[in-house]
Design a protein around this ligand. Structure first.
Ligand code: DQQ
Length: 506
């Protein structure tokens, strides 16, 4: 049996990847034409304080949960190569969401089972004291049963359940049969995956990412008393296609992936991923009718960030994990032997007007070395020579006027830049431009985290952009911070510690 990996890669978790595509043969799980020559532990572009598996490919965060004193984070993993395929659930544990220990694979496809072609994304909840996964399994199916409609018509998605067999969450027992075996009767879906359950009193509700051609992407809403028997209710939310004609329904907005729905600060928040980006909405949820009305929306991250998933920390914070994807060609990341990383934990809150607020969790500050505070003067750029590619920077932004710029130079050449133009009301970063958050800002600053080839930037506690930069060299890199216009400013910056001695994050 053969899967066409080209279309799978494009549709599920590899949207931005082009070139160097091969047919992946399930039978021998062979990746013969993917060269993985280099040693990831020696690669200066590999992040040193972001979580990623020791080798190979990762994408979406799955089933984050705090259980018996530990944070558990699962994620989409291809254990065979640094390219998308043969999805398993990788597993890492942490006491603080910053330092990680790699655990054995939590879920692997079962030959002949409903997840024989992959264990796709899903969630973890606790039912009657037992941690439980609900996730999407894919298997080959005849054309009348396929749910991934990309022109190749081969795969059927079902929603599956597995329960933890130990408190370390190392061993999982799968139910042999799906808990939802097919999309709602009469619906011709563009996809049917990534379940997100929540509880209201004694009843479980669950959203499943889906969509229909011409109508648009949506979240299907289900209800259950035991997580095993589900009744379809209606669409929790739906959108409109963007008008593009695309084989991949995620490109045309006709499929929403990885929905995440939760109560936050007295309102409700729905996140979903489509058209290569993550949309946030906040609004009202009618708990009698189970209808959600979005009132505000925006882009959760303007860069290489996709398929996030949140959970509740024991202190009540809503923490979001997200997949940072590669933006270089597949042949390059396949050769590097690693691909993708987990973004830093982000705390979500909702502002007084319903705006989503996004800030790195305070735990990240544990990584800091000695601080340096600098007073900046307009038109006098300040330079920091970087011996390592690990740095945090916090630049106060004067909200009256002026332009603040942070740029990275590699051997004197500009390789990345972000500009906060208060007078022009715009943020520019690479080819991306977006308006400044409206005032007042929860935090009047730009916070930036550099880690190897990753840069995560947070603006005003509201907007985020994740960048990838592949031409940095430790020892030959400089950060330059400049202000123009009539203002001076303050800057704090810290070298950040790696979370392991060998770049392998354990
Ligand atoms: N990635 C998973 C899917 C999901 C997609 C497959 C989003 O479950 O829809 O690896 O990146």
């Amino acid at each position: 049996m053969e899967l066409d990996r080209r279309s799978m890669l494009k549709i599920l978790g590899g949207g931005a990847v082009t070139g160097f595509l091969q047919t992946w043969t399930k039978q021998n799980r062979g990746y013969a034409d993917v060269a993985t020559s280099s040693d990831p532990s020696l690669d200066p572009l590999r992040p040193e304080y972001h979580l990623l598996p020791q080798h190979n490919w990762m994408n979406d965060p799955n089933g984050p949960i705090w259980w018996k004193g530990k944070y558990h984070l699962f994620y989409q993993l291809n254990p065979h190569a640094a390219v998308w395929g043969d999805m398993h659930w990788g597993h890492a544990t942490s006491a603080d969401m910053v330092h990680w220990h790699h655990e054995p694979v939590a879920l692997a496809p079962t030959p002949g089972g409903p997840d024989s072609e992959g264990c796709f994304s899903g969630s973890a909840v606790v039912m009657d004291g037992v941690p439980t996964f609900i996730y999407t399994g894919v298997q080959n199916a005849p054309p009348n049963l396929v749910t991934i409609r990309d022109g190749n018509d081969k795969l059927h998605e079902t929603q599956l359940l597995a329960t933890a067999e130990d408190d370390s969450l190392l061993r999982w027992k799968k139910l042999p049969e799906p808990v939802i075996a097919a999309p709602p009767e009469g619906m011709v879906v563009t996809g049917f995956r990534d379940p997100c359950p929540w509880r209201e009193g004694d009843t479980w509700y669950m959203g499943v990412g889906s969509g229909e051609r011409v109508k648009g992407g949506c979240v299907l809403l289900y209800r259950s008393l035991d997580l095993r028997h589900w009744e379809y209710l209606h669409k929790l939310a739906e959108g409109k296609p963007n008008g593009k004609v695309a084989a991949n329904p995620c490109d045309s907005g006709e499929m929403w992936e990885c929905p995440d729905f939760f109560k936050l600060d007295g309102r409700h928040c729905l996140l979903y991923s489509t058209e290569d980006k993550v949309i946030w909405t906040t609004g009202d949820y009618d708990t009698k009718e189970h209808r959600y009305t979005a009132k505000r929306e925006g882009i959760l991250d303007h860069g290489a960030y996709y398929a996030p998933k949140s959970f509740l920390a024991p202190d009540g914070r809503r923490i979001l994990w997200g997949w940072i994807r590669e933006t270089r060609p597949e042949r390059e990341f396949a050769a590097a032997g690693w691909s993708g990383a987990m973004a830093l934990p982000r705390v979500l809150t909702i502002g007084s007007k319903g705006q989503l607020q996004i800030n790195p969790a305070v735990e990240v500050e544990k990584l800091r070395g000695s601080v340096e505070h600098v007073t900046l003067k307009a038109n006098q750029p300040y330079q920091i020579k970087l011996d390592t590619l690990r740095r945090e920077l916090n630049l106060a932004i004067a909200l009256s006027k002026g332009i603040s710029t942070v740029r990275l130079l590699s051997s004197g050449k500009k390789v990345w830049e972000i500009t906060i133009d208060v007078s022009g009301n715009i943020v520019r970063c690479g080819e991306k431009e977006f308006p400044l958050p409206s005032l007042p800002w929860p935090r009047p600053n730009l916070r930036m985290f550099l880690d190897g080839s990753i840069i995560e930037s947070f603006i005003g506690g509201r907007e985020a952009i994740t960048s990838r930069v592949y031409d940095l060299k430790p020892g030959a890199t400089q950060l330059e911070i400049g202000l123009t216009g009539e203002h001076s400013g303050t800057l704090s910056h810290w070298p950040l510690n790696a979370i392991s001695t060998d770049r392998l994050t354990t």
